[in-house]
Design a protein around this ligand. Structure first.
Ligand SMILES: Nc1ncnc2c1ncn2[C@@H]1O[C@H](COP(=O)(O)OP(=O)(O)O)[C@@H](O)[C@H]1O
Length: 993
């Protein structure tokens, strides 16, 4: 069997001379040219046996230890080598499997191979090649002997196994016979009992018969015979039983023998396993030795190459030595020459001393002349500089004078009292009407511009014309407005917001609130504010007044094609809004939701481009184009790359990032769809993403290409400039820090006003809190919560359920509120499926609970009721760019419990923090985003609420009176806009002049 599994190897240095297949052993013999130069390697592999691949440890060869076999040789046993070689060759020619590997003559000499470059040789240090060859030979011989021993052992084993089988068969026979004999013994024993009973009976009868006399003598004779026969049979059975007992003993003896044989077989088996293992080990060592010898031959050839190189170098060295000798000679000659030159110089110096004094004077004069010339030049330059400064000064005085004159003129005009105070709704409707006329080519661009400016200044003449023309048809109305042809003198800015959200028509989170509130605040400050939004199918259409589609289609580019867009106009809370409806087959905004579609990038890059196209085609000349978040971040590079060169070049671009977590990063090809030149933009200093260099980052693009970059709170602006908070954009923000500002958001104090809020059952204000308590009961009733204890604090939380908002702390707060004796209401929706599921489970758990309610959806009306009903409001965010809910909560008299991060850090100040001025303290804060820290603030709030109801009410009043309006923040935006616009104007003037 071993022979069938043999594999033979022949070294490449050998030519095979004879091949003989040997019976079932499948043996090949190779004749050797000379036994002196040959070594025989034999590799036998057992079927299904494989050693796990082991790495050779060190290349030092450790003598193998082969236990229990005196015939085995250890490698390196040089003296016994030839003897064993004979044995081995003899065995090989009889029945063994061999492969022959020849070693070069040079390899087998006794020279030590020098160690060659440690980096090349690795762990193979100085190795005697002869040793290795000897070891290989010994290993091969050992393997051979072990194979022989193994074959013998297998044969022994087979004999023993066949003997064992015979014995087993005998044992089986004997056991059967034993069983039979046992059965017969049992029958005989029963017979014996039966006979004994009969004997008793007989004895009884005999005694009766002796009593009965001779009459019965005849009857007695026959039982006597019976008894005799029975006892004879009994004796025979006993004898047989005895012989069976003997047989049984003999069998038992044989059985013991069999057991002993079994044990021996087992021992032999074990021995065989050990032998097999040793063979495998030896095989492995043989492979390693073979590898080593291959390495050695490589090393040898490398050594030869090196030797040649050394010889070559030696030659070079000899050459350079002779050259060096020559150079030394030349040097010596040089030195002698130098000495001569020095001597000559000395004598020359002596001769020159007399000349020197007159020459030096000449040189000095020259120097002075040069200096005078330089000073003259400098004087000339500084004169020119002073002259230019004077010029600049005169220019700026002139500019100042002009501005002053303008202002005077404006104030004169204002003083004339021509402004009319009509609701914004009125003015926005007029604005949209003029735009529509212009877009429908019913009036010229400058006429539209003029009318727009008059409108946003609430000019009474516009009002008068409108009133006059109320009953007239459109042509007459247009004619009347055209007659208003005096020049304008607007000082307000024309600001266009391009965004994905706007409250209340299309609100997902804070961005929607900011957009409408900031726009309203800027409008109030006298600026013309317009908004461009996508026309979502899921908008709150009831919040749009006078929605109508314009009789034009704006074409915009996308993915190599031009697509038409329907343009809708309408007013939202008095603001003029353009809605773009792309006529694209993908129906970008007919998805039933604002965000979260797989093609969001396409949807919003398309929209960004279409919005710029609308501005361009309408001929508007806005001062500021303000884009928001990644959805409209494309506007900045698109504007400078495509639209400014086309003529839409009046604007400065402002970009506000409301959350740096969302950057809209995508592959360059995806971003290219909207027409951006990705080759020009895919650079580390432009739009290339800072972490994935094969992607482009729209938010980074907007930071780079905008004139003003803002985020929504000062603390967040600081945080995002660090590597921890920057979401990968900190380096970009730091590089553009001069144009980057954090402005704290405000809230729309008109929409969020408990005194006028129509969503509430009871309106209230800081000086009359009764309505708040009523609202609390209304909400409890509405949600099925217990009304039994009016002093039980109600904790509110309204949020998107995303990791940023600290969902683990929100979950913890639910249980903690219950432990502390409070009620808890959560209004939240989650775009993250597992978070949504988790909160659904909790909601189910508290489905009918009297103190806890979770409402997992977006519900604007309910949000108002919750703010109004809450005593406390939690905002445990991990990070929070600004956060509006804490401000809204305070406006509604709910005390915030917030983590000190981002905008929360700029708007919530702990009541127990002595480092904060007392008038600013308004809530409870914690720092570490864990349950323990949260409890620290939450428990304090509960304690305060329970122990000091008057103090709590004071705090409620205080927070309700805090000014969270957009006034201050809008002024900051206004200032940034104005600065940027005036910088641009100055640059333009400088370029023109
Ligand atoms: N499920 C909801 N139902 C109604 N309004 C919600 C809901 N979730 C959040 N809001 C509102 O969204 C706005 C959240 O703004 P903000 O605190 O800035 O957070 P973000 O913009 O990160 O979502 C608030 O006006 C809040 O009332």
């Amino acid at each position: 069997m071993a022979g069938k599994l043999s594999t033979c190897f022949l070294s490449h240095q050998w030519s095979c001379c004879t091949v003989v297949d040997c019976k079932h052993l499948n043996v090949r013999f190779y004749s050797l040219p000379s036994p002196r130069f040959a070594t025989v390697s034999c590799k036998i592999r057992q079927r299904n046996s494989s050693l796990p691949p082991r790495r050779p440890q060190a290349k030092k060869i450790i003598p193998a230890q082969i236990p229990q076999n005196d015939n085995l040789m250890t490698p390196g046993n040089e003296n016994s080598d030839s003897e064993n070689e004979d044995d081995f060759s003899h065995q090989c020619t009889s029945d063994e499997v061999v492969a022959i590997q020849r070693f070069d003559d040079k390899n087998s000499n006794n020279k030590l191979i020098p160690s060659i470059g440690a980096d090349k040789v690795g762990e193979v240090t100085t190795v005697n090649l002869q040793d290795v060859i000897g070891m290989i030979r010994n290993a091969e011989k050992n393997i051979h002997i072990l194979n022989q021993a193994r074959i013998n052992a297998i044969e022994d084993l087979e004999t023993v196994l066949s003997e064992k089988e015979v014995l087993q068969r005998e044992i089986n026979n004997l056991e059967m016979r034993l069983a039979e004999t046992d059965a017969r013994i049992r029958v005989a024993a029963q017979d014996k009992i039966h006979v004994e009973l009969l004997q008793d009976h007989l004895e009884k009868l005999q005694s009766e018969m002796s009593n009965n006399g001779a009459h019965d003598a005849v009857v007695l004779r026959s039982p006597d015979r019976q008894t005799r026969a029975l006892s004879e049979e009994l004796n025979a059975l006993r004898n047989e039983n005895m012989s069976l007992q003997n047989d049984l003993n003999t069998l038992k003896e044989q059985l013991r023998d069999v057991k002993r044989t079994d044990e021996r077989v087992e021992m032999l088996e074990n021995e065989r396993t050990v032998l097999e293992l040793s063979i495998k080990e030896l095989e492995y060592k043989l492979t390693v030795s073979q590898q080593d010898s291959v390495q050695l031959s490589t090393l040898r050839s490398e050594c030869e190459t090196l030797w040649n190189k050394v010889e070559h170098l030696q030659g070079l060295l000899d050459k350079s030595t002779s050259q060096a000798d020559q150079a030394i000679l030349v040097l010596q000659q040089n030195q002698e020459l130098r000495k001569k030159v020095e001597r000559l110089e000395e004598s020359l110096e002596d001769a020159n001393i007399y000349k020197l004094s007159s020459e030096k004077l000449q040189q000095y004069n020259d120097l002075m002349q040069q200096k005078i010339k330089l000073l003259d030049e400098r004087l000339e330059r500084s004169d020119a500089e002073i002259h230019s400064y004077v010029q600049l000064y005169q220019d700026s005085v002139k500019e100042f004078q002009e501005t002053l004159d303008n202002l005077k003129e404006e104030s004169k005009k204002k003083a004339s009292g021509k402004q009319v105070d009509m609701p914004w709704e009125f003015w926005s409707r007029l604005l949209l009407m003029f735009d529509a006329w212009f877009l429908e080519k019913k009036i010229h661009g400058d006429e539209a511009k003029f009318l727009r400016e008059m409108t946003w200044k609430k000019d009474g003449r516009i009002h008068d014309v409108y009133i006059e023309c109320k009953e007239k048809n459109e042509r007459e109305i247009i004619a009347a407005f055209r007659r208003l042809t005096s020049s304008s003198s607007g000082s307000g800015l024309h600001v266009v917001h391009i965004a994905a959200e706007m409250a209340p028509v299309a609100k997902v989170g804070g961005l929607g609130d900011v957009l409408s509130a900031l726009s309203k605040a800027l409008q109030k400050k006298g600026h013309l504010v317009e908004i461009i939004l996508p026309k979502y199918d899921c908008m709150q259409y009831e919040s749009i007044q006078n929605l109508r589609v314009l009789d034009l289609a704006v074409e915009s580019y996308f993915d190599g094609h031009l697509f038409k867009n329907k343009i809708w106009v309408g007013t939202v809370e008095g603001l003029p809004v353009y809605f773009i409806e792309p006529l694209h087959p993908a129906k970008f905004f007919w998805r039933g939701k604002t965000y979260g579609e797989p093609d969001d990038l396409k949807r919003f890059s398309f929209f960004s481009r279409a919005a710029l196209e609308l501005l361009h085609q309408s001929g508007k000349k806005p001062d500021i184009i303000h884009c928001h978040d990644w959805q409209t971040a494309f506007v900045a590079p698109l504007y400078w790359d495509l639209y400014a060169p086309k003529g839409l070049n009046s604007a400065r671009i402002c970009f506000t990032c409301h959350n740096f977590e969302y950057q809209g990063t995508a592959s360059a090809s995806e971003i290219a769809s909207c027409g951006l030149d990705i080759h020009h933009l895919n650079r580390p200093d432009r739009m290339q993403d800072n972490s994935s260099h094969d992607r482009l980052n729209p938010v980074k693009g907007a930071i780079v290409f905008s004139n003003i970059v803002t985020t929504v709170s000062p603390t967040y602006a600081q945080e995002v400039r660090t590597s921890q908070g920057g979401q990968g954009l900190h380096a970009t923000l730091n590089a553009h820090s001069q144009k980057f500002v954090g402005i704290l958001n405000g809230i729309d104090t008109d929409s969020w006003n408990p005194a006028t809020d129509t969503y509430l059952s009871f309106q209230y204000n800081a000086s009359d809190l009764e309505g708040k308590f009523e609202n609390k009961n209304v909400l409890r009733r509405h949600l099925g919560l217990s009304l039994s204890d009016s002093r039980r604090p109600l904790v509110g939380c309204i949020t998107r359920l995303v990791p940023q908002k600290g969902v683990h702390l929100i979950r913890h707060a639910i249980y903690r509120a219950l432990e502390l004796g409070g009620q808890f209401v959560l209004l939240g929706s989650s775009p993250v499926p597992n978070i949504h599921r988790e909160f659904e489970e909790i909601a189910k758990q508290f489905q009918n609970h009297e103190h806890i309610r979770l409402i997992l959806k977006y519900d604007e009306a309910l949000s108002h009721s919750i703010y109004a009903a809450s005593d406390m409001f939690i905002i445990p965010s991990i990070f929070e760019p600004c956060g509006l809910t804490q401000m809204i909560a305070m406006r509604y008299g709910a005390i915030p419990i917030a983590r000190k991060t981002g905008g929360l850090n700029d708007s919530v100040f702990d009541v127990d923090d002595d480092t904060i001025p007392i008038q600013l303290r308004n809530g409870f804060t914690f720092v570490t985003p864990d349950e323990h820290a949260f409890n620290g603030a939450f428990d304090r709030a509960f304690k305060f609420y329970k122990n000091d109801s008057e103090g709590w009410e004071e705090l409620m009043k205080k927070v309700m009176n805090i000014d969270f309006s957009w006034d201050t923040s809008a002024s900051q935006y206004e200032e940034l806009y104005l600065q940027s616009v005036s910088k641009a104007k100055a640059a333009r003037r400088a370029a023109a002049g």
